[in-house]
Design a protein around this ligand. Sequence first.
Ligand code: RP5
Length: 179
Amino acid sequence: MSTTLPASSPADVSPLADTPLVGIVMGSQSDLKIMSAAAEFLRQFNVPYEITLVSPHRTPHRLIEYGETARKRGLRVIIAGGGGAAHLPGMLAAFTTLPVIGVPINSVTSLHGLDSILSMLQMPAGVPVATVALDGAANAAVLATEILAISNARLADVLEKYRTSLKDKVMRTIEELRK
Ligand code: RP5
């Protein structure tokens, strides 16, 4: 199940850069239905991103190239999703010192995503992957935006407004329930 977040506050930020700052990658085209939520969130916030497939098992050399060139190409954060034996985030983290956010995906296996979660969580010391919830692509995009907002006040302001919109939604529901 994908993480559904309320619509963001108006994204009145102009693009932060001409080239992608966030790389969204996934192990298979079957992951796209989950990972598209990350792209949608970044689009709302005018955060430049790229989205592509990098299979650790079917295109291993592409994985190495992606990890080794990511920083040189201007990326600041990588969001990597995978299901089953979800090696993509961990192996990308081995080839870059950019922050890698892992999205475990509940692809159709008898383990229902537990396999992906454990693949991403059990990283060795020194090579971390920031793992979000199962199918948590939207939250991965929020976290990536928060990382970028460390050095961008305008983006930090947009995130504040977004948080306010989440609070307002809760408050509206509380009001409805009082009626
Ligand atoms: C992983 O295996 C992918 O990330 C995907 O979640 C899972 C299944 O891939 P397909 O067999 O659907 O291509 O590598």
